[in-house]
Design a protein around this ligand. Structure first.
Ligand code: 2RA
Length: 329
């Protein structure tokens, strides 16, 4: 299968190449696509150096599948061009997520919404993916009334320039700032820009994407998105209030069997998920599971995942694997 990776030289794009290889996705020809300034560079794939090509060259090769991680404006402009030549697109940007005609998919949660006619499919935001992989089984069993979530987001979610800012600050070196404040030895309660409602774009994604993916706008979501000087993955403190009664055993059991989830929860041994242990893995790790001490049928948990893998590249490739299984690509 001819597979284009648009944004192949970026942080997520390079992880996409790695995951395609690791999962033995049946790529017969890789078509790495990047901006004009990167055309001619080479990327390593399956032990071979493959030349980065322009969009026009990629379209001319007529790929069967194009996986995008090139930003919303590029996706808005280019995804329809690939779809027009019959190429299925899985897009990791925010460009199509809230389009009513475009499916927003987490395979473990709502993979069954896909149809043969879907030509552009949106990959949800990383912080939404890990939250809903953990919460969907509880929603299916008990119904969710309210979610209060605080995220502790890796700087890799912003990209290479953010990692450089942190490293420069750590080394005491002046350099370009991608954040409005220093990130080293700091927590910045702002991911992306503020909107008129005093929430950030990142926080609103947790609300609107949850409503779209679970198909339930009655779920109250109260998000706070924080940037932290971590590189391995995003961590989330989640409190979920359920509509029906449940016990701690019920919750722990359901999570233990939930697709894509690994429960790591042993306070007596100081065992719980952390970004450093999630890095490079595809599971969503859940721990610190505990009942609320004041509110009935309300539970808190700590949810950690590698934001570049399950939060982006792996989820996109799992969507492609669903299409492959249906012979739709
Ligand atoms: C972030 N989720 O972490 C956003 C985009 N990757 O910055």
């Amino acid at each position: 299968m001819k597979v284009a990776v648009v944004g192949a030289t970026g942080l997520v794009g390079s992880v996409m190449l790695k995951v395609l290889e690791e999962r033995n996705f049946p790529v017969t020809e890789l078509i790495p696509v990047a901006s004009e300034k990167s055309v001619g560079k080479e990327v390593l794939f399956k032990g071979q150096m493959v030349k980065v090509v322009s969009v026009q060259e990629a379209l001319a090769k007529k790929p069967h599948l194009a996986i995008f991680s090139a930003g919303a404006s590029v996706s808005k402009m280019l995804a329809p061009q690939f779809a027009k030549i019959g190429c299925k697109v899985v897009d990791n940007s925010s460009a199509w997520r809230m389009d009513p005609d475009i499916k927003l998919v987490i395979p473990e949660v709502n993979g069954d919404v896909l149809t043969i006619g879907d030509m552009i499919i949106a990959n949800p935001n990383c912080s939404t993916i890990q939250m809903l992989v953990a919460l969907n089984p509880l929603h299916q069993e008990y119904g969710i009334k309210r979610i209060v979530v605080s995220t502790y987001q890796s700087i890799t979610g912003t990209g290479v320039k953010a990692v450089t800012q942190m490293e420069n600050e750590r080394a005491g070196v002046e350099g370009p700032m991608v954040y409005p404040h220093p990130i080293d030895k700091n927590c910045i309660p702002q991911c992306d820009v503020f909107l008129d409602n005093r929430y950030t774009k990142e926080e609103v994604k947790l609300i609107v994407e949850t409503h779209k993916i679970l198909g339930d706008k009655t779920i109250a979501v109260t998000p706070t998105a924080v940037r932290v000087p971590v590189v391995g993955g995003h961590s989330e403190s989640i409190t979920v209030e359920l509509k029906k009664s449940a016990t701690l055993d019920d919750i722990t059991k359901i999570l233990s069997f939930a697709p894509g989830v690994v429960v790591l929860d042993n306070p007596a041994k100081n065992e719980y998920p952390m970004a450093r242990m999630a890095e490079g893995k595809d599971s969503v790790f859940v721990g610190r599971i505990r009942p609320d001490l004041f509110v009935q049928n309300c539970f808190s948990m700590w949810v950690v995942a590698d934001n570049l893998r399950k939060g982006a590249a792996t989820n996109a490739i799992q969507i492609a694997e669903l299409l492959l299984a249906k012979n739709w690509i």
